[in-house]
Design a protein around this ligand. Structure first.
Ligand code: PEP
Length: 253
């Protein structure tokens, strides 16, 4: 079954409100019809979400949040809830990014709760999974990814599974300039597809599995040409309009 490619830019802790509006405007005018053939989203920091939604209004560019708290509201200083993300106009929410897992102690259980909270608020989760270099070198890649996918998605209905995206992001490839080869990516993506079949049989072939980890204009098309690579989650290269546009166009080839 043909899955529409989905490319999302993760801006991390970059861009002011004015810079966000300018970059979204640049993307929308350059991408034109390409955003639509390929699903395109950007994830600015929380402070710039409203400006991004405004700048993208009327275009095919969608806005994603980089994280979420699982409670709807309450005494959780510094946190932002899923209904708040829906309220500001976010269509997607990234959860389980390796920087959240490694720097902020995010567990598979937290990922599961965040996924549930996003779905309940009508925001589509992008669930990040991926092994560290030590885990890869110990031959544990598939075991780690299997655990992260099963625990992160535990208890979801078939309908809920159909609304999410998985991002396979080998930790050793994020921000390092080292990209998984297209064969390495395809191997893990195919394994993720098998796990998805196991947990959500009828919708497994509809769920997009993005690749993330030093995606650049030079490697994007080859990675996304793999049968189970359905797009990209792009960090560093999403901060420059020309690079991100070239990556989105790479999904069209
Ligand atoms: C990311 O942070 O999701 C990512 C893939 O970063 P980069 O593209 O910079 O490796």
């Amino acid at each position: 079954m043909a899955r529409q490619k989905f490319v999302c830019g993760n801006w991390k802790m970059h861009k002011t409100v004015a810079e966000t509006a300018a970059l979204v405007r640049e993307l929308r005018s350059a991408l034109g019809d390409a955003a639509g053939e390929v699903q395109v989203a950007v994830a600015p920091p929380f402070t710039a979400l409203a400006a991004a939604v405004e700048a993208a209004r009327g275009s095919a560019i969608e806005i994603a949040a980089q994280d979420v708290h699982w409670e709807k509201q309450g005494a959780f200083t510094g946190e932002v809830s899923a209904p708040m993300l829906a309220d500001v106009g976010c269509r997607h929410g990234i959860v389980g990014h390796s920087e959240r897992r490694q720097l902020f102690g995010e567990t598979d259980e937290a990922v599961r709760k965040k996924v549930g909270a996003l779905l309940a608020a009508g925001v589509r989760p992008i669930v990040c999974v991926g092994e560290t270099l030590a885990e890869r070198e110990a031959g544990r890649t598939l075991e780690v990814v299997d655990r992260q996918v099963r625990q992160g998605l535990a208890g979801l209905s078939v309908d809920e599974l159909g609304r999410l995206t998985i991002a396979y992001e080998p930790v050793w490839a994020i921000g390092t300039g080292k990209t998984a080869t297209s064969a390495q990516a395809q191997e893990v993506h195919a394994a993720i597809r098998r796990i998805l079949r196991d947990v959500g049989a009828p919708v497994a072939d509809q769920i997009r599995v993005q690749y993330g980890g030093s995606v650049k204009p030079e490697n994007a098309a080859e990675l996304m040409a793999q049968p189970d690579v359905d797009g990209a989650l792009v960090g560093g290269a999403s901060l420059k309009a020309a690079d991100f546009i070239a990556i989105v166009k790479g999904a069209l080839r």
